[in-house]
Structures are given as structure tokens and as C-alpha cells.
Design a protein around this ligand. Structure first.
Ligand code: GCU
Length: 670
């Protein structure tokens, strides 16, 4: 049957090889141990569904098995450990015992993750016999952030409208919610911020709390808590107060009462996400209070409830210096001033989810505050749902960046997972690319980004290539040559996109407001830091934003070791060059080419690499579902067209400053 992409990577189609099925069946004749726990029931249900599908025959779930063996046993064990290593609350272990396969962990949720790990073994054709694997999550809160609005639209969403049917809730629970919860659980996501950071106050009304509670009920058996983004001025808008000043006693009381109301409806509510004093949103600074005043008041309003506040650091003001430095200037001085229940949520880079950014300088600069890493899965600046861009390498690049906060090896990953500064709280957030499209993400490969985010959130030491391979086997094909071709495409795709849009560290030169296509000539907008010329600074001498001491000096926000690498245009990695330097058009780069020639070469080779993607995709056609293959093939055609558009627009525009012909080997633009 045609594959419409709805089942994501949880496909469970029958394994073609009968001998392999028999082999698996020896260890999977039944499932037992679920008892009455809803989470264990969900785990058992998934195993039953998955194994019955994969093995082509019903695998029963049994209440008791007496001495029967050859099956799968779910076992919650408060003492469970993985050899020497203790298991964390959500960590699992799979091992063989008396001819059974045991899935164990200290909590129901751990066993749920173990069940999905077992299914992944089978889906990727790894043996079950003699299995002995264990895994602990490295980060506590692994969240999707939905930028979904109450009216069903999704901010920067490219996969249809919101999956949440607010009008139908709380009575009708779309079965899609359960499938969404299964997919999240399968990759270890344990929390969902249900609404846009540009939040409507309406979510805090009794009516909407009831609706959110009904969604929470679907997510709960799959180990996920709901969180809400809150509108700072809610006490005024829906509470009838005259102010939203965080130090005003009536405001404090309003939030405390609201928190109690929420916890009454949703006892395991996760907490609040806040965008304040950013891009026109209200916030504590409207009352001359700091972000810490606001965050702490909200944290205290949670009182005895087990919730947190994630306060976003995505702030920048018009006309006050280099935007690169503004969040740092606002937030770094507040380090040590936050309530223990507050985490500060920081985007991966200092500007805004560009195709490539240096890591945000706040990482490593706020040792007393747990920082949430926010990455974006919806491809706002990465070709929407049309361009094939696998984000595993982007996320990994950020996680591996070395802040040098406590010496070498103080990577962003270790800042975020709490190991550098010994934080008990740790969190990571991915801005979801999920919508009402039948295949969830618009571009079928967008599913890989949802998958990769979850896997890296669970364990940031995994390699993006290994994750891409897993996803490919589970979602597209297990034929080895095709798996190799597809994994290679995925792994290279992000660099290809960077080359034909923003090579060498160019950034923010995309179309105004819509954030689509090239517009490097944009010189006037609502504010200077929304233009393109603000960022690329092309002139007759050269190109790029000087952020060294001779320029904005934003580079000084990083530790000396980082400054040393990036501060010298001769040693600065080419990927970051124009982020930090204004480089002469005729300056020779380590590649042997001048800046102009290198820039033009990258635009051309980048756009031509889309032909390579198309060729690879054509090769795997026999192994893939025809409808899915045709879908991506068509999107690749659009991608090629748009890559040429980017190339020609940018090369021709920058050429008006460089005043030079294209380097000899490049064909003139057609
Ligand atoms: C970007 C995006 C906005 C979003 C904002 C944010 O600027 O374009 O739509 O609201 O980020 O992260 O708050």
C-alpha cells in the first residue's frame, strides 16, 4: 500500500526474511509484566503492536506466564542498575535472563523507553538474543516547543495547521494525539510546551486549562508532561488587574492562584515558558523590573508544585549596538539572581536560528543558572518544508562547541546537561516542525529532524550519522546500499544548504518577514537589525561583520581560547569567517582562493550539489515506496530551482561591490 508518511519511523511492516522473523520470534513469543500501570500498558501495547507487525504474527500480552520462557518481561525495579552504573529514573536496561528478555528500570517511564529501544533493535535488524544494553538520558527535560496558536495557525510552521484541535477539546480527543505521544516517547521526549511563545492569554482561562488538561491526559501514559507558554500581561488582560508588575502583591497573588488552578486540573503540569520584553511582547522591564524579578515571581507562584519556569533569553533592542551581544548584556549580569526553579532558555546562536551560527556566548557565561538549549526543527531559515536539510549535524555542532568555561572540554552539551556547573536541573528544547499534514512535517525528511532531536536530547554523544542511519532503516528501507546512499545524503545536506545560501559565515540575508529566499539588498525595514545590510556589511573593500576589537567587539564575550581561534581572520574557521571579520574581496583564504572567488565558488558548487542530491535520490528509487519517492523527488526539483535563485541573487548582488568577474572555472549565470 502507498506510504503516506503518517506512521513516521514507527512503521512495523513485516520483515521480509522469514528466517530472520523466526530468529526474533524465539525471544518474543509473549509480553508480560505490564500489570495495571497505564505507562506499562502503553509500553506493552506498543511492543505488541510493533512485534506483531514486524514478525507477522500476533504476539500476545499475558497477565501471568508461570514458568513459560522465550518472551519479554517488563519489570520495574527500584534497585535496577546497569552493571556498576546506577540507572537514573528514566534510564533502562535490556538483558537476557532465564531465556527471557527483561526490560527494566527504576520507573514505569524507564521501562517505556526500554520497550521502544527493543523495538528499535528489531527495526534496525539488530539481534535480540543475548542482548545486554542500557542507557541513561543525559538531560532531564527533553521538550518540544510548539509555536502553535489558539486559532490553529502555527508560527513558522510549514506542515499545515496546528495538530491541536482546540475547538473540539476537551470532548473529542483526536486519535492523532496518541500517535504524536507514541512518536515522542519513542525518542525519549518527555515534555511538550503546547502553545506559541508569542502567547495568547486565553490559554490561562478556565476554559483552556480544561482543554490542555485533556491533552495532558493523552500524553501522560507516554511519559510526557505538558507545559504552557504564558503571556506576561495576562493578569491585566484576563485577570482585570491594572498592572502586571511582578513585584505587585496582587499580581503575585493572581499567578499563585492561577498556578493552583492549573495544578488542580493537571497534577503533573510541567511549568511555564516565557518570552518577555522581546519582539514587542510585554514583560517585567515595562515596570523597570529585571528578567530575574519576573522569572522569580513566576517560580514562586508555583509554590509547592513540582514545576519549573523556562525564561527565554531571546531579546534584542533596536538601535542599541550589535544585536549579537544584547542577550548577553541583559542576562549575564543576572547570573546568580534566579530562583532555583528557573532555567534560562537560550537559542543555539546569538542571532536567530541561522543555517550556521557560532554558539551563543551565554553558554559557559552563566555558571550559576541552568541553561536550556533551544534549537529549531521547523526550518524557518533552512528552506521551510521544501529543502532537504537534515539537522542532526547542526544540533551536534552546537552541542560539541567548546565554551572553555571550565577549561577545554566544557562543551555546550556539558553546560546544558549540568555537568560543567553541577546543576540538578537540565533541559533542551526543540521548536517543533509538526503540523496537521498527513505526514506530520511536510517534507518527509523533516521527520528525521524530529527523530534526531529526540535522540540527541536523550544522549548528546550519539553521532548524527548513526542517528540518520537508524531513522533511514526504520522509515525508508533496510537495503544496505540504499541505507548508505541515504545516510550520506542526509549527513551532507545541511552543509550543501549553507553553501548556496550563506557560505563563509554570511547570515540574515533572507527575505524580509517571511524569512524565505534571498534578499541581501534589504536596507530598510521596521528596524535596522531586521535588514540584511546590517549583517553582511558589503562595501567596495570587502564583506562581513567585524566583531573583533576594531568592530563591535562582540567576540570579547567569549572565553580567551575561543577569541584566539576566531579572532584572527587567518585562523578563523571559514565557516565562521564573515561572522567575525570584514574581509577584503582580494584577501587570499587558506583554500588558495581570494574571498570573492571562494564566495562565488561556494555558491556555485553548493547549488550544483543539489544535482548530486537528486542523483542519489534517483538511485534509491527501487528500494523506496513510490509515492514517497516521487514526493521527495519533486521537492528536490524545487530545491534546485531555489538554490539557483539564491546563488544568482547573492552572487550578482555581492558582485556589485566586489566588481570582479566570476572566477574562470564557473559558468556564467544562466
Ligand atoms: C524568530 C521568529 C519569530 C519568533 C521568534 C522567537 O524571530 O521569526 O517568529 O517568534 O524567533 O523565537 O521568539
Amino acid at each position: 500500500r502507498a506510504d503516506d508518511g503518517y506512521r513516521l519511523w514507527l512503521k512495523y511492516d513485516r520483515i521480509a526474511d522469514a528466517a530472520a522473523r523466526q530468529q526474533y520470534l524465539r525471544n518474543a513469543q509473549f509480553i508480560t509484566g505490564a500489570g495495571t500501570s497505564p505507562v506499562l500498558q502503553a509500553a506493552s501495547g506498543e511492543l505488541q503492536r510493533g512485534l506483531s507487525g514486524l514478525l507477522g504474527q500476533a504476539v500476545p500480552a499475558l497477565a501471568t506466564v508461570s514458568t513459560r520462557t522465550g518472551g519479554i518481561v517488563l519489570r520495574v525495579d527500584k534497585q535496577a542498575s546497569a552493571g556498576e552504573q546506577p540507572l537514573k529514573a528514566e534510564g533502562y536496561r535490556l538483558f537476557s535472563e532465564k531465556n527471557n528478555l527483561v526490560i527494566t528500570g527504576r520507573t514505569d517511564q524507564a521501562v517505556l523507553y526500554g520497550a521502544f529501544a527493543l523495538l528499535r533493535q528489531v527495526q534496525t535488524r539488530q539481534p535480540l538474543a543475548g542482548l545486554n544494553i542500557s542507557s541513561n538520558p543525559r538531560i532531564n527535560f527533553r521538550l518540544l516547543n510548539h509555536w502553535d496558536n489558539q486559532n490553529g495557525t502555527v508560527e513558522r510552521g510549514y506542515a499545515g495547521s496546528s495538530i491541536w484541535q482546540w475547538y473540539e477539546l476537551p470532548e473529542r480527543l483526536d486519535p492523532r494525539y496518541t500517535d504524536y505521544a507514541r512518536a515522542n516517547a519513542s525518542v525519549g521526549i518527555n515534555g511538550v510546551v503546547i502553545n506559541n511563545v508569542n502567547a495568547s492569554a486565553r490559554y490561562l482561562t478556565a476554559e483552556y486549562i480544561g482543554k490542555v488538561a485533556s491533552v495532558a491526559g493523552v500524553l501522560r501514559p507516554y511519559g510526557q508532561r505538558v507545559y504552557m507558554s504564558v503571556f506576561w500581561a495576562a493578569p491585566k488582560v484576563i485577570g482585570g488587574l491594572k498592572t502586571a508588575d511582578p513585584l505587585d502583591p496582587a499580581v503575585k497573588q493572581w499567578w499563585a492562584t492561577k498556578s493552583d488552578e492549573i495544578y488542580k486540573a493537571i497534577p503533573d503540569f510541567g511549568g511555564f515558558l516565557v518570552k518577555a520584553n522581546s519582539e514587542g511582547e510585554p514583560g517585567p522591564q515595562d515596570y523597570n523590573r529585571t528578567h530575574a524579578d519576573g522569572a522569580n515571581m513566576l517560580a514562586q507562584s508555583l509554590g509547592r508544585h513540582d514545576g519549573v519556569v523556562m525564561w527565554r533569553a531571546f531579546v534584542y533592542k533596536a538601535g542599541s549596538g550589535d544585536r549579537f551581544a544584547q542577550a548577553f548584556e541583559d542576562f549575564q549580569p543576572l547570573d546568580g539572581k534566579f530562583d532555583p526553579k528557573v532555567l534560562v532558555q537560550v537559542k543555539n546562536g546569538p542571532i536567530d536560528f541561522q543555517a550556521r551560527e557560532p554558539f551563543h556566548p551565554l553558554f559557559g557565561a552563566m555558571p550559576k543558572t541552568p541553561l536550556v538549549l533551544e534549537v529549531q526543527l521547523t526550518q524557518e531559515y533552512l528552506g521551510f518544508a521544501t529543502h532537504l536539510v537534515y539537522l542532526g549535524p547542526l544540533i551536534k555542532e552546537v552541542l560539541e562547541a567548546d565554551t572553555y568555561a571550565e577549561g577545554p572540554g566544557s562543551t555546550v552539551a556539558k553546560v546544558v546537561d549540568g555537568t560543567v556547573d553541577n546543576h540538578a536541573l537540565s533541559a533542551i528544547a526543540g521548536v517543533a516542525n509538526i503540523g496537521s499534514d498527513r505526514n506530520w512535517t511536510g517534507h518527509p525528511v523533516g521527520q528525521a529532524n524530529w527523530y534526531a532531536f529526540g535522540r540527541l536530547a536523550w544522549d548528546h554523544t550519539l553521532s548524527p550519522a548513526a542517528i540518520a542511519q537508524e531513522w533511514t532503516k526504520m522509515t525508508l528501507t533496510t537495503e544496505p546500499a540504499a541505507v548508505r546512499t541515504l545516510t550520506d545524503m542526509l549527513v551532507r545536506s545541511r552543509n550543501i544548504y549553507v553553501r548556496y545560501t550563506t557560505p563563509l559565515g554570511l547570515h540574515h540575508i533572507m527575505g524580509e518577514s517571511i524569512h524565505f529566499g534571498p534578499q541581501p539588498w534589504l536596507a530598510k525595514s521596521g528596524r535596522p537589525d531586521w535588514t540584511a545590510v546590517y549583517y553582511h556589511k558589503a562595501d567596495s573593500i570587502g564583506l562581513g561583520f567585524d566583531r573583533t576589537a576594531t568592530g563591535s567587539n562582540a567576540l570579547a564575550l567569549y572565553k580567551p581560547e575561543v577569541q584566539k581561534q576566531w579572532g584572527n581572520p587567518q585562523t578563523c574557521p571559514l565557516d565562521y569567517l564573515l561572522w567575525f571579520h570584514h574581509v577584503g574581496w582580494n584577501q587570499r583564504l587558506p583554500t588558495g582562493r581570494t574571498l570573492w572567488n571562494e564566495l562565488a565558488t561556494r555558491y556555485y558548487t553548493g547549488a550544483d550539489s543539489v544535482l548530486w542530491l537528486q542523483k542519489q535520490w534517483a538511485q534509491v528509487r527501487p528500494q523506496l515506496d513510490p509515492a514517497l519517492h516521487a514526493d521527495v523527488a519533486a521537492r528536490l526539483q524545487t530545491q534546485r530551482k531555489e538554490a539557483l535563485w539564491w546563488r544568482d541573487a547573492c552572487v550578482l548582488y555581492f558582485q556589485t561591490y566586489a566588481r570582479q568577474p566570476l572566477p574562470a572555472p564557473l559558468a556564467p549565470p544562466t
